[in-house]
Design a protein around this ligand. Structure first.
Ligand SMILES: CC(C)(COP(=O)(O)OP(=O)(O)OC[C@H]1O[C@@H](n2cnc3c(N)ncnc32)[C@H](O)[C@@H]1OP(=O)(O)O)[C@@H](O)C(=O)NCCC(=O)NCCS
Length: 173
């Protein structure tokens, strides 16, 4: 697979991923086309400003864009912020083939070797076991003392508030 920056022609594929209720099970709702397009614009700005962001994941053999894996500044205030988080979203027809873990391994190497981060965190809804499994496979550490209520405006006062935090430091990779 290739990890690359976003292109305008990725819009269609990303709209489909963000409109899939299976992918969006642990989010308040699926996303409209406009909301999905805004993510691409937001990530372009994030890359321009910070030199990192969520990469588009492209499969070499089909040249199709199947989701994202990357690092970005945590967009909420919490006990562990400011921090940089690793995140992933993959089209459901491509799940369980190791793509998220392989891409995330590369992104961690990039984070520590190329942009010199000292720590990367990952956070998710407590019941998102697929995502937690990826964090475990990356040797990220979970400490229940880091559990927190996600204060993102879209999550406040919903069942999705309880979040777990995993951490990995540059010394572990
Ligand atoms: C989380 C996500 C990116 C994983 O992508 P992926 O490419 O399937 O990940 P991988 O194949 O590398 O690893 C998935 C692991 O989860 C495991 N898994 C799958 N379903 C599971 C479940 N219900 N409970 C526990 N583990 C599960 C798989 O068996 C695999 O682990 P294994 O290699 O030990 O067998 C993908 O499911 C996704 O996009 N989910 C929706 C978006 C999302 O929730 N993103 C995270 C928000 S924090």
């Amino acid at each position: 697979m290739i990890l690359r920056r976003w292109r305008t022609e990725d819009r269609e594929s990303l709209r489909r991923i963000n409109a899939d209720p299976v992918v969006m099970e642990f989010y308040p709702s699926t996303l409209s086309n406009e909301e999905s397009d805004k993510i691409i614009e937001g990530q372009r700005r994030h890359f321009d400003r910070y030199g990192f962001g969520l990469f588009a994941v492209e499969l070499k053999k089909t040249e199709s864009m199947i989701g994202w894996v990357g690092v970005q500044n945590v967009p909420i205030e919490a006990h562990f912020t400011p921090a940089v988080e690793i995140g992933w979203r993959i089209a459901s027809e491509h799940w369980n083939q190791g793509y998220a873990t392989e891409a995330a391994g590369r992104v961690l190497k990039f984070s520590f070797d190329d942009i010199n981060l000292s720590e990367v965190v990952a956070m998710t809804y407590v019941g998102n076991h697929r995502s937690r499994r990826v964090m475990e496979k990356l040797n990220m550490a979970y400490n229940p003392r880091d559990d927190f209520d996600n204060s993102h405006p879209k999550l406040r006062d919903t069942w999705l508030m309880p979040h777990v935090l995993y951490r990995i430091s540059s010394k572990k990779v």
